[in-house]
Ligand binder design. Structure first.
Ligand code: SAH
Length: 387
């Protein structure tokens, strides 16, 4: 609407035509163009997967996923899709990378043999972005060596999203004009480290941001390495764990004190470490996520499936994570019960009170009245109590 106001009348027609095309286009981003799709699941929050990624998931025959992907996303796959967990948590590999590679080839061949090239295929779902510390490229290369095409659907990476929902923009016009993604997995002390801490320290000193992945376990060494290359200990540093999820927690500190702050807060993996001026930012308007009233709460909605979504959307809007678990199902009453209800409705004037225990009861009542050729006037003499 704002767009049409700005660009005036003629363009409004163009805009509407374009809008039409794009809506059709959005409806057709559902077919997988390669037997295997490497899909970025985003950092955690359910809504942070891309439109194309979600479409691939919804058409998948097989989903091969990691531990970090939001498990709720898996419910988007067709009910008969095969779901395979190859996730790894520090030290406990479920499958080695070689085994995962082999599995991808085997499953892609199975899908091709069954459905040909046109059918839904294998979705390789990875946390964040598949090519950012995700070994996605190795998997794509392995598939290519076996003659299997593989597309990549990028994802929202944790290094941007987790700080953002903790109130930290990774670049900022006045504070940071570059951002560098670094793996903290490598031991900074080992002689053959491929990470140049001198360069990283000077990047921060000249107005840059560092985002360390997989680094909380080595936070002390990371701080030491940066400090030993003359980065001041007063440099702001922040750590965000479980970014964008209800469990998100963060600490803001300085290089000097961040390790203590993290251990006091009990923060561990998975977390992003942010180093640089932006980690100290406290401008109004950046902390929307942190201030939502139901932030950090997980709410089970037990209403009937048909009624759950509205409540779920409201709760989500307030920051809650919602799990829909319908414990009731609203079905029509059997004939004998309905006959009893009808008898009572025909003698309504003999009753003092009529109690309606839910909107479902009100709807059922209206239906029965209509069935008996009655309407609201039948209730005139009866007192109503409603929940
Ligand atoms: N491909 C992923 C990164 C995989 S490496 C991406 O693009 O985000 C795994 C590391 O990512 C974790 O050790 C942690 O540093 C980071 N990470 C992933 N999800 C995170 C989250 N929700 N909050 C904070 N850090 C996260």
């Amino acid at each position: 609407m704002i767009l049409t106001d700005l660009i005036g009348h003629t363009s409004r027609r163009v805009y509407l035509e374009l809008k039409d095309c794009m809506e059709n286009r959005a409806a057709t981003i559902d077919s997988q163009s390669a037997p295997v799709s490497l899909v970025g699941a985003g950092p955690g929050d359910f809504g942070l997967i891309t439109v194309a990624g979600l479409a691939r998931l919804r058409a998948a025959r097989v989903v091969i996923y990691d531990a970090l992907a939001n498990p709720a996303l898996l419910c988007q796959a067709p009910a008969d899709a095969e779901l395979i967990d190859v996730g790894k948590r520090a030290g406990q590999h479920k499958l080695t990378q070689d085994q995962t590679n082999a599995l991808l080839v085997a499953k892609a061949r199975e899908c091709l043999a069954r459905d040909g090239a046109g059918g839904g295929g294998v979705v390789r779902l990875k946390g964040g972005d598949p090519y950012l510390f995700g070994r996605g490229a190795e998997e794509a290369a392995h598939l290519a060596r076996h003659g299997i095409a593989c597309e990549v659907i990028p994802g929202v990476t944790a290094g941007i999203a987790a700080p953002a929902w903790a109130g930290i923009p990774v670049t900022h016009r006045n504070l940071a004009s570059s951002v560098t993604f670094v793996t903290g997995h490598e031991d900074p002390g080992k002689p053959e480290t491929s990470i140049n801490y001198a360069a990283l320290a000077s990047l921060v000193a000249s107005g840059g941001t560092l985002c360390f992945y997989m680094g909380v376990g080595r936070l002390g060494q990371i701080v030491e390495s940066l400090a030993s290359h003359a980065l001041p200990l007063t440099t702001p540093a922040a750590v965000v764990q479980w970014g964008t999820l209800p469990e998100q927690r963060s600490v803001r500190s300085t290089l000097e004190k961040v390790a203590i702050a993290v251990s006091e807060a009990g923060i561990s993996s998975p977390a992003i470490i942010v180093v640089g001026a932006v980690a100290g930012i406290s401008e109004p308007g950046l902390d929307y996520f942190l201030t939502r009233p139901l932030r950090g709460r997980r709410v089970l909605v037990t209403r009937a499936r048909s009624q759950a979504s509205e409540l779920a959307a409201m709760l989500e809007g307030l920051g809650a994570e919602v799990i829909e678990a319908p414990t009731i199902d609203i079905v029509p009453a059997d004939a004998a019960s309905l006959a009893q209800v009808d008898t009572a409705l025909q003698r309504l004037s003999e009753f003092v009170w009529l109690g309606l225990t839910s909107p479902n009861a009100a709807e059922a009542l209206a239906q029965r009245l209509a069935n008996l050729q009655l309407d609201g006037r039948a209730l005139a003499a009866t007192r109503l109590a409603v929940v």
